[in-house]
Design a binder for this molecule. Structure first.
Ligand code: SDX
Length: 431
C-alpha cells in the first residue's frame, strides 16, 4: 500500500510523502506543498499539526501511555528519581553510576546563585508572582555566565555543566523567591543534600534550625518533579523550541518556556485547581454546583485539572499522583477537605455525560496541588514546581534542535483576512 498521500487541488493532483513514527503514528509531510501548489495548511492551535520529529517522549492519548525515551512513566515513577530521569530525558539513556555521579555533582556545584544576584530579588514587590520572578531571574542568571552570554549555537562547550546549572539554579531561584516574598532570610543549599531535599531545605529551614526533611515528603515532591519532566510538544515546550530555533541561548529559551507554562490552561492549572477547590469548599458546595457551572459555556468556569489536548483517557500521571496523595496525607495524618472535594468532583464528572462524551479526565494538575499544599508550598508556587520539573524536558528539546544540523528557524505562515488594499488618509479627511 502506497506510503504517499495524494491531494487534489483545482483539478491538479499533488503527491505528498508520509512519515511513520516508532509507534506507528502517521503524518503527511507537507514541506513541498506550498512550493508546488501555492497552498498552505491551516490548523488553529495546531491540534493536528506535528512541529517536529522527536526522540524524547511518546504519548498515546487514547491509551493513556507516557514514556520518556521509551521507558513507561509508571516504571520510572516506581524505580527512578528526578535527577536520574532528568539525565535520561536530556541525554537519551539511563546514566551509568559514573555518569550519574558527574551529573549530580554538577547540580550540586551549580546550585548557588552569584552572590550579587540576591539584590535582584530586592527589586520585586513581595506580591510579585513567583513565575514572573523565575522567568526574569533565569535571564538575569545567564548574565553572570560568560559561556551563556557568548553562546555559540551548535558548538557549546560544557553543555552538560550549563544544563545542570540551569536545572539547579531554577530550584534555587524558586526557593529564594518564596523566602523573599515571606520576608525570610535566604537559606543556602547544602552539599550533603540530594536535589529535592535541598529544595525543601532552602524553602523551609531557618538560620537557627534546619527543616526536618521527612523522607515521604521528599519522595512525594521528587515524584512530582519526575512526572512533570517532559511531555512532547506542549505549549511551553513548543515555546522553548520556537525561541531555540532562532539560536537564542538555552537560558533565554527556557525563560520563555516559564512564561508559556504560567497560563491557567497549562502549568498554571495546578494553582487554578486549588483555587477552584477552595472556592467550592468555602461556598459549602459539594461540587455539584461547580460541575453544573463548568458545563455551562456562559459561566466562564472550567473544571480545572480536567481535560487534555492529547489524553482522551486518564492521564497516567494523574493516577500516580492521586495514589501518592493518599499515601502522603495518610503518613502525615492530614485529612484535607479539599482532597475529599477533589475525589467527589472526579467521581461525579466521570459519570457525567458532558465529560464522558468529551473524554475529559483528570490531568496531571488535578491532584498535584493537594500534595504540595500538604507539604506547605503556597499555591502561587505550584506553577514554579511544574517549571522545576519541566526544565529537563525543555533542555532536552533545546538540545535536540541544536544537535540537528538541518534545524531551521520556526516561522509559521498565516492566511490574511484583513482589509484589502487601501491608502493613507490625512487626519483632516478622516471621519
Ligand atoms: C497541562 O499539552 C500538554 O501536554 C500539557 C501538560 C504538560 O504536561 O505539559 O499535560 C500540562 O497543561 C495539562 C492541562 C492543564 N489545564 C487544565 O486543567 C485547564 C482545564 N482544561 C481545559 O482548559 C482544556 O481541557 C485544555 C486546555 C487542557 C485542553 O483544551 P483543548 O484541547 O483546546 O480542548 P477544548 O477546550 O477545545 O475542549 C473540548 C470541549 C469543549 O466543549 P465543546 O466546545 O466541545 O462543547 O471540552 C470542553 C470544552 O468546553 N472542555 C471542558 C474542559 N476542558 C475541555 N469543559 C469544562 N471543563 C474543562 N476542564
Amino acid at each position: 500500500m502506497s506510503k504517499e498521500a495524494t491531494l487534489e487541488l483545482e483539478g491538479k493532483s499533488y503527491t505528498l510523502p508520509t512519515v511513520t513514527g516508532t509507534e506507528n503514528e502517521k503524518a503527511v509531510d507537507i514541506s513541498s506543498l506550498r512550493a508546488n501548489s501555492g497552498y498552505i495548511t491551516l490548523d488553529e492551535a495546531y491540534g493536528n499539526t506535528g512541529s517536529c520529529v522527536s526522540k524524547i517522549t511518546f504519548i498515546d492519548g487514547d491509551k493513556g501511555i507516557l514514556r520518556y525515551r521509551g521507558i513507561p512513566i509508571e516504571e520510572l515513577a516506581d524505580k527512578s528519581n528526578f535527577v536520574e530521569t532528568a539525565y535520561l530525558i536530556i541525554y537519551g539513556n539511563l546514566p551509568t553510576r559514573a555518569q550519574l555521579k558527574t551529573f549530580s555533582d554538577l547540580l550540586t556545584e551549580n546550585s548557588f546563585l552569584p552572590e550579587n544576584m540576591k539584590f535582584h530579588f530586592e527589586g520585586f514587590p513581595s506580591t510579585a508572582h513567583p513565575m514572573a520572578i523565575l522567568s526574569a531571574m533565569i535571564n538575569a542568571a545567564s548574565c553572570f555566565d560568560e559561556k551563556v552570554m557568548r553562546w555559540q549555537w551548535g558548538k557549546v562547550k560544557e553543555f552538560e555543566a550549563i544544563a545542570a546549572k540551569l536545572i539547579s539554579q531554577t530550584r534555587t531561584i524558586a526557593a529564594y523567591s518564596y523566602r523573599k516574598s515571606h520576608g525570610l532570610p535566604l537559606i543556602y543549599p547544602k552539599k550533603a543534600y540530594k536535589f529535592t531535599e535541598n529544595f525543601l531545605h532552602m524553602m523551609f529551614s531557618m538560620p537557627y534550625e534546619d527543616y526536618e526533611i521527612k523522607p515521604e515528603i521528599a519522595k512525594a515532591l521528587d515524584l512530582i518533579f519526575l512526572l512533570h519532566a517532559d511531555h512532547e510538544q506542549n505549549c511551553s515546550t513548543s515555546t522553548v523550541r520556537m525561541v531555540a530555533s532562532s539560536q537564542a541561548n538555552l537560558f533565554a529559551s527556557c525563560s520563555a518556556g516559564v512564561c508559556a507554562l504560567w497560563g491557567p490552561l497549562h502549568g498554571g492549572a495546578n494553582q487554578a485547581v486549588l483555587e477552584m477547590l477552595d472556592e467550592i469548599h468555602k461556598t459549602g458546595d459539594d461540587g455539584s454546583k461547580f460541575i453544573a457551572a463548568a458545563k455551562d459555556k456562559n459561566s466562564g468556569k472550567k473544571l480545572m485539572g480536567f481535560g487534555h489536548r492529547v489524553y482522551k483517557n486518564y492521564d497516567p500521571r494523574a493516577k500516580i499522583i492521586k495514589k501518592s496523595c493518599d499515601e502522603v496525607l495518610t503518613k502525615l495524618h492530614i485529612s484535607d477537605p479539599l482532597l475529599d472535594i477533589a475525589k467527589h468532583l472526579e467521581e461525579a464528572a466521570l459519570k457525567d455525560s458532558y465529560f464522558v462524551e468529551r473524554k475529559l479526565y483528570p490531568n496531571v494538575d488535578f491532584y498535584s496541588g493537594i500534595i504540595m499544599r500538604a507539604i506547605g508550598i503556597p499555591v502561587e508556587m505550584f506553577p514554579v514546581m511544574f517549571a522545576i520539573g519541566r526544565m529537563p524536558g525543555w533542555i532536552a528539546n533545546y538540545k535536540e534542535i541544536m544537535d540537528e544540523p538541518k534545524s531551521r528557524i520556526c516561522r509559521p505562515r498565516q492566511i490574511y483576512n484583513g482589509a484589502a488594499l487601501n491608502h493613507y488618509v490625512p487626519i483632516e479627511g478622516r471621519k
